[in-house]
Design a protein around this ligand. Structure first.
Ligand code: NPW
Ligand code: K
Length: 491
């Protein structure tokens, strides 16, 4: 499990490890250098160029050069800068003592061919726009034929926002030290980092941060062989319209395959038969009109108490009846998941989310903009700040903000799934996620666990050994039994 930090959070952990736990910064630098050198040595390089700046990122590079040279790997060390940090100067002194040359004239090396250029110019301490001579140097490295490994950050990339400060290294590989930085996975980050690896370097994490979702923080609901269908929850999924019957179908199939005890679909009459053909296992609560209308919320109210968990929104359309039904669902004492058009219905009524029972919302960025009243551009550029504003206003709601980086947040418990996969960039993916989470939610009644676990299972189901362009929503649903079995075996 790795933490995901802003630049400031990463610095705070560094400083606390040094000042409160008395682990010297040079020890951490040595750890960083050992881990990076080990990673690089495994690639069997013939000749390396390590480009070092004036701060501790440069210090990592100088220490790494020493270790690689001791391992008999040829290394050229290039150093640029004026005001060197103490630890950087310490590492320079060691290299001098060992007789390892430190080069300062780029012209003498720029035409050499290297297995890798190692970028140790700027890391987490980048504080402003890049100007010459660093600008020209980064430009030269980007146009050099040799591939690049960035240490901690591709130099020039802001570690919090993922924005390029003037110019930045285009790395083939990035070795992030201690934690994943937000800037590596948002905005320009993924394009600049290349393959991203996180290396442990002994920094102590003693306060909560965002955690990366992986197998260590998911919870599959327990499944006793002595249990009966009532033990695994009764779900009511409300959705569908004459024009859209696919969304609720995919959500329902995913919910059923995620372990729910019984599943009932509240549908308008115009699509009730279609759903019956498509899904034997779901019961139907058929609203006796072709589409939901102004009386459908009363109909929902009359039946709502028979269920343990509700989901609402898939394929309902952005129409007044959707608003009324979402209001009824959220005014009930039932755990509720709101998805798709149900989120649109909250546009003018986010206050309906203030309720006693557990609530999950699963917006993509545009739907989150409806609820938070923040512009889409602000959410995309500053996801952390946007989420923080929301969780402070709605500390009991579990938010699943869907994107290539999916964030699950409930108050200060915050998780990130970073598993971008274009196989999921398709209509139907969100409905499947809604179904998986509803299935888990109905079994556990624990919103945060259901959301974290559902998001992870969904991403695992999409890791198919086929071209992502050809993946159909049904292919993802078909993986559910396999992924559940694998996770239960491990768990
Ligand atoms: N602390 C620890 O425990 C550990 C840290 N570790 C390593 O240290 C890295 C962080 O080190 P760091 O804080 O020294 O910052 P770093 O990124 O090397 O650069 C700072 C220098 O660049 C300068 N500068 C900034 N922007 C600039 C610009 N646009 N153009 C020109 N100059 C600019 C800035 O100058 P200043 O802003 O002070 O004027 C300063 O001189 C971290 O990423 C990791 O690799 C590991 O060893 C593990 C232990
Ligand atoms: K760097």
């Amino acid at each position: 499990m790795s933490a995901i930090c802003s630049a400031q959070q990463a610095r705070d952990f560094d400083q606390r490890t040094i000042k409160h736990y008395h682990i010297p910064a040079l020890v951490l630098m040595e750890h960083a250098a050992i881990e990076c050198a080990r990673f690089i040595a495994k690639k069997h390089p013939n000749h390396l160029l390590i480009v070092c700046g004036s701060g501790n990122n440069g210090g990592d590079g100088l220490a790494m050069a020493r270790l690689l040279i001791q391992a008999h790997i040829p290394v050229d060390v290039f150093l640029i800068g004026t005001h060197f940090s103490d630890d950087n100067q310490y590492q320079q002194a060691i290299l001098k003592q060992m007789g390892i040359p430190i080069l300062t004239d780029w012209a003498t090396i720029k035409d050499h061919s290297y297995t890798y250029i190692i970028d140790c110019l700027f890391g987490n301490g980048l504080s402003r726009e890049i100007k010459d001579p660093y600008y020209s140097l980064i430009n030269e490295i980007n146009h050099h034929a040799s591939p690049t490994i960035a240490i901690d950050m591709p130099s020039g990339l802001d570690a919090t926002t993922g924005e390029i400060l003037g110019i930045a290294i285009h790395a083939d590989i990035t070795l992030s030290l201690d934690c994943i930085k937000w800037g590596q996975i948002t905005n320009q980050g993924p394009a600049l980092c290349g393959q991203l690896h996180c290396l442990e370097i002994g920094i102590i994490h003693d306060t909560p941060t965002m955690e990366r979702i992986d197998e260590t923080n998911i919870h599959l609901p327990k499944r006793s062989n002595l249990a009966h269908k009532g033990s695994f929850g009764k779900a009511l999924m409300i959705g569908g319209s004459k024009a859209m019957h696919g969304a609720i179908t995919m959500a329902a199939k995913a919910c059923y395959k995620s372990g729910i005890g019984t599943l009932t679909l509240m549908l308008p009459a115009s699509i009730a038969d279609i759903l019956a053909y498509k899904m034997d296992s779901a019961m139907r609560l058929i609203y006796p009109q072709p589409n939901f209308d102004k009386k459908s919320s009363t109909y929902l109210q009359a039946h709502i108490n028979a269920f343990d968990v509700l989901s609402i929104g898939n394929g309902m359309g952005q129409v007044p009846s959707t608003i009324d039904m979402v209001h009824t669902a959220l005014a009930s004492s039932k755990p509720v998941l709101v998805d798709a058009d149900g989120l649109w219905a909250l546009k003018d009524h986010p206050e309906w989310l203030h309720r006693q029972a557990p609530t999950i919302i699963t917006p993509h960025v545009k739907e989150f903009s409806y609820i938070s009243s923040l512009p889409v551009s602000t959410i995309a550029k500053h996801p952390l700040a946007s989420i923080q504003t929301f969780v402070e206003a709605y500390p009991d709601v579990t938010l699943v903000l869907k994107s290539n980086v999916t964030i699950v947040a409930q108050g200060q418990s915050q998780y990130v799934l970073y598993a971008p996969n274009s196989a999921l960039s398709k209509g139907g993916s969100g409905d499947i996620l809604c179904g998986i989470i509803t299935g888990l939610f109905g079994q556990s009644q624990n919103a945060l666990e259901a959301a974290v676990t559902g998001v992870y299972i969904h991403s695992q189901c999409a890791k198919l050994d086929v071209d992502p362009a050809c993946v159909q929503p049904e292919d993802v649903i078909d993986q559910l039994p396999i992924v559940f079995r694998q996770l239960r075996k491990k768990g």
